[in-house]
Design a protein around this ligand. Structure first.
Ligand code: SAH
Length: 348
């Protein structure tokens, strides 16, 4: 807010114009000068351009599930592509956002991981993905009628904790009340990470109470070194220690993400090993049937095998759910975001 007031003052306008623009953006989800009827027409354009420049342009929009799931492909000013996904459920709407263009974590089963990292997104580039979803909902453009964004998950492209400062500032903009932010509940924001231990520890100290999700995918270092290469730096035990410290600091159950990959990580003994690691901890397991990505040798676990894995965890008292695969047909499900915008660019 303070920065916006300075920017407004530099344009020779009274400081309260910053609040007016923030209210338009965070309260009414608009960055269009013609909507800002409480600002003198002569300065609207200049103010909107200076304070609310269009950072991302929708290059493509795809929907499925009867319009309840919408994926947007965004093109940034420098030509980088990112994607976000809106998912409407009974009683809530979740926006899955990207924190980086591409990703440097190189997980071999994830489409985003294959192309490498292009760059970090800025705070405003992250926030605008959510504001655009909020705008579509407020205008009644999403099947199911008018609505609001209730949840945000950093499970789109990128490793959010590798873009720490921008992601943290984005969380504040998303959760501060209007006009400073969108007023989404902190408890409804989830940061998902491969397990960057120092960053998890830092996040625990922010006093934010956002939900932490750890992409574990294997209970043993041998396999996790392969599936989540950053495990070579921070081992399963270290990642889980950081997760339990996060749970202790925030009082929030940590979500353990586990993509079920056929004959790779879905053996009964691995379920038992995982249960042993999580027993008595403030944790919840999210089993995600692998979404096969082009060129990958891996596929989803057999449903019978997955059910057995789930039952073994549940039998040991570990809370466990199976994640849906929303958006699969539009390549909008977990790990499928690969910014297919490439196909929009002329060859060469
Ligand atoms: N970099 C962060 C967030 C992005 S991915 C992280 O790794 O947590 C969000 C979730 O989708 C992660 O748990 C990730 O491991 C999972 N995922 C990636 N590719 C997948 C695929 N092909 N099928 C199912 N889940 C996948």
């Amino acid at each position: 807010m303070a920065e916006r007031r300075v920017a407004v003052a530099e344009l020779g306008e009274p400081a309260y114009r910053a609040d007016q623009l923030s209210r338009h953006y965070f309260g009414r989800f608009t960055d269009s000068p013609q909507d800002m009827t409480d600002v003198p027409a002569a300065v609207r354009e200049r103010l909107a351009q200076a304070l609310l420049p269009r950072l991302l342009t929708a290059a493509k929009e795809l929907s499925c599930d009867g319009g309840m799931t919408r994926k947007t492909l965004w093109r940034a000013a420098d030509g980088a592509y990112v994607e976000s996904v809106l998912m409407r459920y009974p009683g809530r709407v979740t926006m899955c956002v990207s924190s980086q263009a591409g990703c440097g974590m190189a997980c071999p089963f994830c489409a985003t991981g294959q192309a490498g990292l292009t760059r970090n997104l800025s705070t405003a580039e992250i926030v605008t993905q959510v504001v655009s979803g909020a705008a579509a909902l407020a205008r009644g453009e999403v099947a199911g009628g008018r609505g609001r964004v209730s949840n945000v998950v950093f499970m789109g492209m990128g490793e959010p904790l590798a873009n720490y400062a921008s992601v943290l500032a984005a969380i504040r903009r998303l959760t501060d009340p209007v006009p400073a932010g969108l007023g989404i509940s902190r408890r409804s924001v989830t940061v998902s990470t491969v397990g960057l231990v120092p960053a998890i520890e830092r996040l625990a100290g922010e006093g934010l109470s956002v939900r932490l999700a750890v992409s574990l995918h294997a209970p043993d270092d041998g396999l996790r070194d392969e599936l989540v290469p950053v495990n070579r730096r921070w081992k399963v035990a270290e990642v889980l220690d950081a997760a339990w410290a996060y749970a202790a600091a925030t009082g929030r159950r940590v979500s353990i993400e586990y993509a079920m990959i056929r004959d790779v990580n879905d053996q009964p003994w691995r379920a038992d090993l995982l249960a042993g690691l999580l027993a008595g901890r403030l944790a919840h397991v999210n089993l995600i049937p692998l979404n096969p990505t082009p060129g990958s040798r891996w596929t989803a676990s057999d449903p019978v095998v997955a059910a057995e894995f789930e039952a073994r965890l549940a039998g040991r008292g570990i809370p466990v759910t199976v994640r849906d695969t929303r958006g699969r047909e539009i390549d909008g499900a977990c790990g499928q975001l690969a910014a297919a915008g490439r196909e929009l660019d002329p060859p060469g």
